[in-house]
Ligand binder design. Structure first.
Ligand SMILES: Nc1ncnc2c1ncn2[C@@H]1O[C@H](COP(=O)(O)OP(=O)(O)O)[C@@H](O)[C@H]1O
Ligand SMILES: O=C(OP(=O)(O)O)[C@H](O)COP(=O)(O)O
Length: 398
């Protein structure tokens, strides 16, 4: 994919109010950031703009508050982590539009850095609504998008704003596209994709095309439950989108036609509650008790996944195989991550992984540095892999 867009090298930044879209949708626990990779990746862009005399106004989302101001999804707790990593003060505005934001932005000085509250607190953000885009646009002179991981969304702050002012790719946006092109532009086969995690409804559709691009698709995490249920397996109380059974069946059909192997769990780690240290059992996937939920894939599945990793020359991975944040449901993800890292270190495999939680899992396994490339993006990375145009990237090329 050609990356013909303007970068910070082309931008006039001194004295300008620069609206910078970043992805601060980072894993958090008890109000603290548990994986700062996404924050670290946007630091170069923020520093460069501030050092060139721009006034940095950061736009970002957190979670999926569905247009409501949900306090647990405020970006305020991110400010200390961002400020500490930057080594500079970061201001905060309690709303991304309206008098609060207008007042704080009006008082900014060259080189100042300000984070605006979660843009998804306004339903107009995801609708890319013109009036909302205009209100945001009034806060800035220049737009920079450094959120590759949100570039698959045609939202006000990822797409709409670029129509209103001179627009540029940030350094991370640039680096992500270059690295993906380098690592996966013409991948050595067999290509094995591992897809897991919890965002089933927003990621399942892209699997229809992905199966045409890869030789095997290993499905784990919450995503696997929807496929198992579509095959008539009782998944008990597991995270599962039963209404997507037809979609899952169509993907399996597409895979068969394309000669792509679909690898589903053989066994599972089940528990009655989603809680650290919960009593758990290993069962065959066709023996999940109705009152329990699948929270990880079992050891037989891990062995099968690792065999596919051995067969692969290229591995792409988004979404953990289980609820890795809580023990003992981290085992499969840790094992597969370490196995893929070993194969990469041996020079036998190119490994490209991405996604907020996936990166966190790789860090937890201590192997992020051993992968060929770790992207901040999950869904956006898979859509790129699928060959789809990403609205947040396309608009920068326009
Ligand atoms: N079987 C499962 N049941 C419930 N949640 C799961 C299961 N497997 C994985 N998850 C959850 O999936 C989440 C990550 O999914 P997702 O957001 O799609 O990944 P990423 O952020 O890497 O793109 C993790 O919080 C993990 O706990
Ligand atoms: O975390 C993100 O994506 P990912 O889970 O696919 O890595 C991005 O911040 C996009 O979030 P969204 O999937 O709610 O639009």
């Amino acid at each position: 994919m050609a990356t013909k867009f303007k970068t910070l090298d082309d931008a006039e930044l001194a004295g300008k109010r620069v609206l910078v879209r970043v992805d601060l949708n980072v894993p958090m626990k008890d109000g603290k950031v548990t994986d700062a990779t996404r924050i670290e990746r946007v630091l170069p862009t923020i520093r460069e703009i501030a050092d060139k005399g721009g006034r940095v106004i950061l736009l970002a989302h957190f979670g999926r508050p569905k247009g409501q101001a949900v306090p647990e999804m405020s970006l305020k707790p991110i400010v200390p982590a961002l400020s500490e990593k930057l080594g500079r003060p970061v201001g905060f505005a309690e709303d991304c539009v309206g008098p609060v934001a207008d007042g704080i932005v009006a008082n900014m000085k060259d080189g100042d850095i300000l984070l605006l509250e979660n843009t998804r607190f306004h339903k107009e953000e995801e609708k890319n609504e013109t009036g909302f885009v205009s209100k945001l646009a009034a806060l800035g002179d220049v737009y920079v998008n450094d959120a590759f991981s949100a570039a698959h969304r045609a939202h006000a702050t990822t797409e709409g704003l670029a129509h209103h002012m001179p627009s540029y790719a940030g350094r991370t946006m640039q680096a992500e596209l270059e690295a993906l092109e380098k690592g996966l532009g013409s991948p050595e086969r067999p290509v094995v994709a591992v897809v897991g995690g919890a965002k089933v409804s927003t990621k399942i559709d892209l699997l229809s095309n992905l199966v045409k691009k890869v030789d095997a698709l290993v499905i784990g995490g919450g995503m696997a439950n929807t496929f198992l249920a579509a095959k008539g397996v009782n998944v008990g109380k597991s995270l599962c989108e039963h209404d997507l059974a037809d979609t899952a069946r169509q993907i399996m059909k597409n895979a068969e036609e394309a000669g792509c192997a679909i690898v589903l769990p053989l066994d599972a780690v089940v528990a009655a509650e989603f809680k650290a240290g919960a009593d758990s059992d290993i069962v065959a996937v066709d023996a999940v008790p109705s009152e329990k939920m699948i929270l990880d894939v079992g050891p037989k599945t891990v062995a099968a996944v690792n065999e596919w990793i051995d067969k692969a020359k290229t591995l792409v991975w988004n979404g953990p195989l289980g609820a890795f944040e809580i023990q003992p449901f981290d085992k499969a993800t840790m094992s597969a991550a370490r196995h893929a890292a070993e194969r990469t270190k041996e020079g036998a495999l190119v490994t490209v992984a991405g996604g907020g939680d996936t990166v966190s899992a790789l860090n937890q396994a201590g192997v992020a540095g051993d992968f060929t490339y770790v992207s901040t993006a999950g869904g956006a990375f898979l859509e790129w892999m699928e060959g789809k145009a990403l609205p947040g990237v396309e608009v920068l090329k326009a």
